[in-house]
Write a protein of this length. Sequence first.
Length: 59
Amino acid sequence: MGIKQGIEQGIEQGVERGAKNTQIKIAIKMLVRNNQTLEEISEIVGLDLDALRELKKNI
């Protein structure tokens, strides 16, 4: 792997992590407000139900 490919891969991974962090932050806000079901939140933010259930336990 060349330097350019390594940099591109690093940027791509950073963007993916940023997107996942944003999904989690949105899900937390929705869970705290408690005005939607886990299924609805899952569809909106794109996280699976098991991850949301675990997240809800820790809030």
